[in-house]
Design a protein around this ligand. Sequence first.
Ligand SMILES: *[C@@H]1O[C@H](CO)[C@@H](O)[C@H](O)[C@H]1NC(C)=O
Ligand SMILES: *[C@@H]1O[C@H](CO)[C@@H](O)[C@H](O)[C@H]1NC(C)=O
Ligand SMILES: *[C@@H]1O[C@H](CO)[C@@H](O)[C@H](O)[C@H]1NC(C)=O
Ligand SMILES: *[C@@H]1O[C@H](CO)[C@@H](O)[C@H](O)[C@H]1NC(C)=O
Ligand SMILES: *[C@@H]1O[C@H](CO)[C@@H](O)[C@H](O)[C@H]1NC(C)=O
Ligand SMILES: *[C@@H]1O[C@H](CO)[C@@H](O)[C@H](O)[C@H]1NC(C)=O
Length: 677
Amino acid sequence: MTKAFLGFHLFSFIIIIILPTIIHSQSAPNDAAVMQALKTNLTPKSLDWSDPNPCNWKHIQCSRDNRVTRIQLPNQNLQGTLPQTLNTLTQLQVLELQNNQLTGPLPSLSGLSQLQYLLLGYNLFTSIPSDFFTGMSSLQHVYLDYITFSSWVLPETLKSASNLQVFSATSANINGTIPDFFGRDFFSRLTTLHLDINSLEGGIPDSFFGSSIQSLRLNGQNSRSKLNGTLDVIESMTQLTEVWLHGNMFTGTLPDFSGLNELQTFSVRDNSLIGPVPESLTELQSLKVVNLTNNMFQGPKPSFGKSVEVDISGRNSFCLPDPGVGCDDRVNKLLAVVESVGYPQVFAENWKGNDPCEPWLGIKCSAGGNITVVNLQGMGLTGCISPDFAAIKSLQRLLLADNNLSGMIPDELKDLPILIELDVSNNQLYGRVPEFKQSVTVRTEGNVDIEKDGPSTTPVSPAGGRKGSDGGGGGKPGVVVGSVVGGLVVVASLLAGVHPRHSTSDGDGVKITVAGSSTTGGPSDIHVVEAGNMVISIQVLRNVNNFSQDNILGKGGFGTVYKGELHDGTKIAVKRMESGVMSEKGLDEYCLDGNERLLVYEYMPQGTLSRFLFDSQKEDFKLLEWTKRLIIALDVARGVEYLHGLAQQSFIHRDLKPSNILLGDDMRANKLCTKHK
Ligand SMILES: *[C@@H]1O[C@H](CO)[C@@H](O)[C@H](O)[C@H]1NC(C)=O
Ligand SMILES: *[C@@H]1O[C@H](CO)[C@@H](O)[C@H](O)[C@H]1NC(C)=O
Ligand SMILES: *[C@@H]1O[C@H](CO)[C@@H](O)[C@H](O)[C@H]1NC(C)=O
Ligand SMILES: *[C@@H]1O[C@H](CO)[C@@H](O)[C@H](O)[C@H]1NC(C)=O
Ligand SMILES: *[C@@H]1O[C@H](CO)[C@@H](O)[C@H](O)[C@H]1NC(C)=O
Ligand SMILES: *[C@@H]1O[C@H](CO)[C@@H](O)[C@H](O)[C@H]1NC(C)=O
């Protein structure tokens, strides 16, 4: 046995030694033929290429076995075309032909697996074949700047160049979108990406999240739509030293720069960026050049350090012309309230100067210059209602109807001293309406989820439920379910105490504790009792659910989860224990009603995070983008923070995993209405 094994190894050893020799001695003459073709095509007058062996030519290098490894002919005033056979120089490592007048179509270089340096810029090539990069797995530096190609798109096959460090194709007539493979997943060593002055469109891909790129130039696209979308992903690209994005159609606010400690040049002039220039940019110590001209920035004109070259003339919507001078208090307050709806462009265009009573769009003032009316009805606003409205003490009427506002009505609004009217009708708001004074007319119709316990959020499955209380002391029999609903954070897990009890009468209920709630009245299926505790009758739960096969959402260790709907449309998920499965431990966490063990959650339509992470192929989902993953991670962190520390009663979540994280239609793990930066 051992002998046979040894013999086999010896045999393969011999083959390994012999094979390369055969290949080399056969293909060296071929290299020579390719080089002769190159010489014929280029007519390099200035070069003495008379030696019959190309390995002796100037600017050419070969390996010891006469394979061509380097062709270095920059700035030689060369004319002509490249031979189609160039890609048979399979040992080629360096090809430098930049700054000549070479023309005709570039031949495919597919299969040049040893090629590391490819410099072809400043030539007159007419086209580049789509398989050009195929199999170039050793590529490190690629320069294709200022070549008069006919339009082409960056091919997927470039992906195999996993050692790529520099890809520079300024003004190379590239169209289509920026491929997502330039991100960290494929190119972990990429430091330079120059795709400026092409005809690219679309956004900076989310896959650039956390990229190693240091120099990013995407400026001056010639396509009709240019590059667009937000600059959010820049925030995660902490290696950046130079960012050129000018002359595009980027929108949204500037990201947070506090992680970009190497950034020296930031040029975003001539875009459609909005919102205030963040302090994280003005305070950046590394900054040397910043170009902000011709956007729609708002708030105070930023003031940069003395050593920073600042280009900030032209169109913008700063309140005052002098850098570093703060805006009128009313301007600050209005900017604060539009932050939570992402500084819509309509205000960036209209709200100019330092006096909102001029008047600005949607703003009405008293004769004395106090803001009395904010009317932003029907402006297509998305996001949430800012609690900062409460700072506009002179506000009498706040009209936000007919938008797409989500989240809850902030409690702070009830403190507005002279408010007469609040109209938030026809939005996507949910949750309880704060208790306004009698004198305030509040209109909330047309919000599907209003005055209900909001569609909750990080539905972490309950683990350390509260200790069962004393067995339903007092009159109300039933089962206590603790739901935690915070002012900002809404966590969906409905945590159960234990009230063992046999009950069949209609009066029996499930008591849902809602932390911090103070609502009166409620939808018919839910009865609010003292301290905001809510009761859903077991009967209702049974009826709405039917526990039928069709309503199954999933099965877990402890039981099956069914979807259901209360009479008012609230979607819920009810977990029902399989009889006999439950251990002592699990028992503590459930509602008990006779033999029935139920756990009530809010219904999260997209199901579990694990589906998107692990079953995406099976279910044919798009892979979750990195930014989405980050957002979900933050949502979950907030939910856990809430459960662990901020909820009226804290719980330890002992089983945090993707299959315990449920997602809403917006792919968020909670409905927390985050402030825009
Ligand atoms: C690129 O430009 C060419 C020629 O104008 C056009 O045919 C092609 O559809 C464009 N491709 C993309 C992805 O825009
Ligand atoms: C960006 O431009 C493309 C057209 O190139 C368009 O389809 C897309 O909707 C735009 N995206 C944004 C966010 O404006
Ligand atoms: C950016 O601003 C600097 C300093 O004013 C200027 O030298 C540079 O040309 C500007 N760049 C662009 C693209 O406008
Ligand atoms: C404006 O509001 C301030 C603060 O609420 C108040 O003191 C002042 O009297 C108001 N002025 C007018 C003209 O209403
Ligand atoms: C607002 O919400 C409605 C209903 O969900 C939707 O049809 C509409 O497209 C949304 N509009 C915007 C601007 O998001
Ligand atoms: C439950 O079953 C009843 C009677 O079979 C039916 O009327 C009702 O629509 C069902 N409800 C749900 C939510 O499926």
